[in-house]
Ligand binder design. Structure first.
Ligand code: NAP
Length: 306
């Protein structure tokens, strides 16, 4: 059976390791501080922000939520970002996406001071990643590298295939794997014979946002499979097919009307991979943990405490 890469355990380890660093900051200057900007009332965004704020609070990171209304204009939101940029008591700024339609998301993300960009989305920080210079790194891909390293999965010299080329997951994940000396292929919707390319992977990162896209015939036996996908199956037939009539999954579907699933077929990967991240409990927990790491690192840099 494949080894399960336990994201909850790695998240807890990372949080434990942050505690003495936060204590050092408090003793020397002050607690790290994260400002979260949540525009309007998107229920999914509200859940994400709640768990980011809670994690920060549990660790003793000061967190401040700013909740402007849905009707906010680009200029008004830019003014909020400028104020946060100028505040010496704020180390990290996170603008929860998506923003309402009338707001120019690109301008907002560009306005965040790069040294406070704890999401690692600012083009300056993306450039630093390309150039392999120290800077805040996108949290989900940084979490993937943590999972691989902490499970002693060799990266150097291995063939890595990343399915997905988004700015927040696929592209930065590919660059981070390249910096770890993997030989990296990036796939997307125009890739010819995706299954054949994936079968070459010693490390397969699935970040397509397509439920159970990666099936057994995409997998090299013994490969490490990192499933970033977070999808909902809302058809009972799909649940029955993908989970091979699992009574447990069908009961979960009947109760909630949907079932969470990644981009990788969960039964196939368990049978064929060497190690894999489950959904839930794999990559997901790392994203917030790495946000906390970025916030603490920003505070250390800004306050001169290392
Ligand atoms: P995205 O912006 O929609 O990008 C998806 C990428 O996958 C695109 O590059 C797309 O190719 C490619 N793709 C889609 N269908 C494909 C197919 N059939 N074959 C090959 N490539 C395909 O998504 P994202 O923001 O990167 O997120 C990806 C998934 O990760 C989503 O399920 C998201 O919910 C999840 N996610 C999870 C976390 C976490 O913390 N666990 C964090 C972020 C995202 P094109 O470029 O050609 O369109």
């Amino acid at each position: 059976m494949a080894q399960i890469i336990d994201g909850n355990r790695v998240r807890d380890d990372i949080k434990e390791e942050l505690k003495p660093r936060i204590a050092r900051l408090v003793a020397a200057k002050r607690a790290p501080a994260l400002a979260v900007v949540l525009v309007g009332h998107n229920p999914a965004s509200e859940i994400y922000v709640r768990s980011k704020v809670k994690t920060a609070q549990d660790l003793g990171i000061c967190s401040e939520s700013l909740t402007p209304p849905d009707s906010i204009s680009t200029e008004e939101l830019l003014a909020i970002i400028e104020q946060l940029n100028a505040r010496s008591d704020v180390d990290g700024i996170l603008v929860q996406l998506p923003l309402p339609k009338q707001v120019d998301t690109k301008r907002i993300l560009l306005a965040v001071a790069p040294e406070k960009d704890v999401d690692g989305f600012h083009p300056y920080n993306v450039g630093c990643l390309v150039a392999k210079l120290p800077a805040p790194r996108a949290c989900t891909p940084a979490g993937i590298i943590e999972l691989l390293k902490r499970y002693n999965i060799p990266i150097a010299g291995k063939r890595a295939v990343v399915v997905g080329r988004s700015n927040i997951v696929g592209k930065p994940a590919a660059l981070m794997l390249l910096h770890e000396n993997a030989t990296v292929t990036v796939c997307h919707t125009k890739t010819t014979d995706l299954a054949a390319v994936c079968r070459e992977a010693d490390i397969l990162v699935a970040a397509a946002g397509r439920p159970a896209l990666i099936t057994g015939d995409f997998l090299k036996p013994g490969a490490t499979v990192i499933d970033v996908g977070t999808n909902r199956l809302d058809s009972r037939d799909d649940v029955a097919r993908i989970f091979r009539n699992s009574a447990e999954k069908l009961a979960a579907f009947d109760k909630k009307g949907s079932v969470l699933i990644g981009d990788v077929n969960p039964l196939d990967v368990a049978e064929k991979a060497g190690a894999y991240t489950p959904v839930p409990g794999g990559v997901g927990p790392l994203t917030i943990a790495m946000l906390m790491v970025n916030t603490v690192e920003s505070a250390e840099r800004r306050l001169g405490v290392c």
